[in-house]
Design a protein around this ligand. Structure first.
Ligand SMILES: [Zn+2]
Length: 214
C-alpha cells in the first residue's frame, strides 16, 4: 500500500494529539506511489509542522525533495520498508508505558486478543543498538518480520502497517497494552496468557491481513 504526504502529516498531528510523543521526539514514514518515502523532519514541532517540512527520500536514504533534514532515525524506517514490500508505513515513538518495558528489555505480552490480530503476537524487544545506526535498522527489520510492533531497548517503540493511520493505531494499541499489563501487575494480579490455539489462529489472521492490505 502507498500513501500521500498528507497522510503522513495527519498521522504526525494525531500522534501528538494522542499523547504518544512530546515536542519533536518520534517520527513517521510513508511509502509514496512512486516508491519513494515521505519522512517527518528532524527537530520540527508537530504542532507547527506543515507539508513543506516533510522530506522525500529514496529507499537508501538519498534526499529527493524537501528543504529540511530527514529524521536522524531514518535508517530504522527505511530498513523496514526495504525489507517488507507489503508494508507502507513505520512509526517510532517514545510512548511512556511501552518505553518502561523497553527499559526492562521485556516483551509486552500478547494477553489481549486484539494484540495478536493487529500486531501478530507479543511485542518483542530488539537487542540494544545505537540510536540512528544502521545496525538498529537491521535489528528492527528482523523483529518486524511477523509483527506490527517492536520495542527498542532503552529507547522506545516502533510500529509498522500498510498506512500511517494503521501504524498509528498499532502504536496506540501497543501503548495501551503496556499500560494495562503494567496496571495488572501493580494490582498484584496473575496475568493469564491467551490459549495457544487462539494465539495461533489470530496470528494467522494478522499474517493474512498484512499480506493482503486493503
Ligand atoms: Zn527515538
Amino acid at each position: 500500500m502507498t500513501c500521500t504526504p498528507e497522510d503522513v502529516l495527519a498521522a504526525a498531528k494525531q500522534m501528538l494529539h494522542d499523547g504518544l510523543v512530546e515536542g519533536t521526539a518520534g517520527n513517521i514514514s510513508g511509502r509514496l506511489d512512486d516508491g519513494s518515502v515521505c519522512l517527518t523532519p528532524s527537530s520540527v514541532d508537530y504542532e507547527l509542522m506543515t507539508l513543506d517540512d516533510l522530506v522525500i527520500v529514496d529507499l537508501d536514504g538519498a534526499v529527493l525533495g524537501g528543504h529540511r533534514s530527514p529524521t536522524t532515525e531514518k535508517d530504522l524506517h527505511l530498513s523496514v520498508l526495504r525489507s517488507y514490500p507489503e508494508l507502507g508505513a513505520v512509526i517510532h515513538t517514545h510512548a511512556v508505558y511501552a518505553t518502561m518495558f523497553a527499559l526492562a528489555h521485556e516483551p509486552i505480552p500478547a494477553v489481549i486478543e486484539e494484540v495478536v490480530v493487529y500486531l501478530g503476537g507479543e511485542i518483542p524487544c530488539c537487542d540494544y543498538k545505537g540510536t540512528g545506526s544502521r545496525d538498529l535498522g537491521d535489528e528492527v527489520a528482523k523483529r518486524l518480520a511477523d509483527r506490527g510492533a517492536a520495542l527498542l531497548a532503552n529507547h522506545g517503540l516502533v510500529t509498522c502497517a500498510s498506512t500511517p493511520a494503521k501504524a498509528l493505531h498499532n502504536a496506540a494499541l501497543a501503548e495501551r497494552t503496556a499500560q494495562i499489563v503494567w496496571g495488572a501487575r501493580a494490582m498484584g494480579a496473575t496475568i493469564h496468557p491467551l490459549p495457544e490455539k487462539v494465539n495461533v489462529d489470530m496470528a494467522g489472521v494478522y499474517r493474512f491481513v498484512r499480506d493482503n492490505p486493503s
